[in-house]
Design a protein around this ligand. Structure first.
Ligand SMILES: [Zn+2]
Length: 324
C-alpha cells in the first residue's frame, strides 16, 4: 500500500521518493489510490503516511501528506486469513501501538509546532479518542486469537476493524515516542516495524504514565483488566502489564537483540546499547537512549533529525506541561 502511495506520487509529480520525505512536501493531488489491506496493522488504507526504507542509509523514513490518503479502501478480513502468525502478531501489535499512542498523545491545544513547520498531525482530540478506544478494545479481544488460529474469522474481523480504526485515530492525532524510536531501531536491526514497536511500547507507556494516568487506567479496562478495586495509578500500571502479557503471548520479543541481527551501519551501536540496558530498563532510560541515539545518529538525510526533534519536543511537553 505504501509503495502504491509513493508510486502515485512520483507518477503524478515526478522526481525521486526522497524528494517527498517528511511532512507535507507533496505539492498537490496524486492519482487516485485504492487500498486493499492483506494484513490488519498499518492502517495505511486510511492514513496519510507512507513509510519506506532508505536502503542506501539503512534507515526507515516517512512521507506524510493528506494527498496520500487513499480515495477508497476495501477492508476485507477474508484477505487476512492466510497471513502467517508472525506477520499477524507484528502487524497487530503495530495497530495497538497506533491506538495507544493516539489515545495518550499530547493534547491538541498543546501540540508543539515550531514556527514555519507544517504537519498533518493534530494531537489528541475527542474524535481520535473514540476511534482509539474502540480499536484498543477490539485488538485486545482478538489479537491472541488471530495469531493462534488464522482461520478464526471472528478474530480476523475484529482485527481488521480495529486496525482500520487505529489508522483513522493515529493518522489524525499522531504517533509519538514509540514510532520515533522505532525508526532508528528498525533501520539498524532490520526487525519488522511491528516487532520494533511491540518491543518499545511498554517502555514508552511507563515513561508517559505519570502524565496520562487516566488514559492508561482506561486502556487497562479496555484490554480486559479488572481494575474495579484499584486507584487510578494502580489501574494505569495494569495497562502496561496487560500489553507486556499480550506481547509475550503473541511471541514478540522483549529485547532488541532478539528482533533481528544488528547491521553495521552508523547506528549499529544503538541496538547493542538498547539490549544491554534492557534488563533493568527504567523509563527514564528510554529518554537517555533516545538522546544517545540522537547524538550518534549522523546520516546525510536531513529530514529524520527534524522529525525526531519534533517528537522529542512532543515528549518533553508531555513530561513537563501536561497537567493531570
Ligand atoms: Zn506503525
Amino acid at each position: 500500500m505504501d509503495l502504491a502511495k509513493i508510486s502515485a506520487t512520483v507518477l503524478s509529480h515526478g522526481g525521486h521518493p526522497r524528494d517527498y520525505v517528511g511532512d507535507d512536501r507533496i505539492p498537490g493531488p496524486v492519482m487516485p489510490i485504492l487500498c486493499v489491506p492483506t494484513t490488519a496493522g498499518t492502517g495505511s488504507e486510511v492514513s496519510a503516511a507512507a513509510v519506506l526504507t532508505d536502503t542506501e542509509n539503512q534507515i526507515k523514513v516517512g512521507i506524510l501528506s493528506n494527498y496520500l490518503r487513499p480515495r477508497a479502501a476495501v477492508v476485507d478480513p477474508l484477505l487476512t486469513i492466510t497471513c502467517p502468525p508472525k506477520v499477524t502478531a507484528d502487524s497487530g501489535i503495530d495497530a495497538l501501538t497506533h491506538a495507544i499512542e493516539a489515545y495518550t498523545a499530547i493534547d491538541n491545544a498543546q501540540f508543539p509546532l515550531p514556527a514555519g513547520e507544517r504537519t498533518i498531525y493534530q494531537g489528541k482530540h475527542p474524535l481520535g479518542d473514540l476511534m482509539a478506544e474502540k480499536a484498543i478494545a477490539l485488538i485486545g479481544r482478538h489479537l491472541r486469537r488471530a495469531v493462534a488460529d488464522g482461520n478464526d474469522l471472528d478474530a480476523r474481523e475484529g482485527m481488521s476493524l480495529g486496525a482500520t480504526l487505529a489508522g483513522l485515530a493515529f493518522s489524525n492525532v499522531g504517533v509519538a515516542a514509540v514510532h520515533a524510536l522505532e525508526y532508528p531501531v528498525g533501520g539498524a536491526t532490520h526487525c519488522s516495524h511491528g516487532a520494533g514497536n511491540g518491543l518499545l511500547l511498554p517502555y514508552v507507556m511507563r515513561f508517559n504514565l505519570p502524565v496520562r494516568e487516566r488514559e492508561f487506567a482506561r486502556i487497562a479496562e479496555l484490554l480486559g483488566e479488572d481494575v474495579r478495586d484499584l486507584d487510578e495509578r494502580a489501574a494505569a500500571e495494569r495497562a502496561v502489564v496487560a500489553v507486556e502479557r499480550l506481547r509475550s503471548d503473541i511471541g514478540i520479543p522483549a529485547r532488541a537483540a532478539r528482533t533481528g541481527s544488528a547491521r553495521k551501519t552508523s547506528c549499529a551501536a544503538w541496538p547493542r546499547r538498547l539490549s544491554a540496558s534492557n534488563a533493568s530498563f527504567e523509563p527514564i532510560r528510554v529518554l537517555s537512549l533516545w538522546r544517545i541515539w540522537r547524538a550518534s545518529f549522523k546520516l546525510p538525510i536531513d529530514v529524520l533529525p527534524i522529525l525526531c526533534e519534533r517528537y522529542d519536543m512532543q515528549w518533553k511537553s508531555l513530561k513537563y506541561t501536561v497537567k493531570k
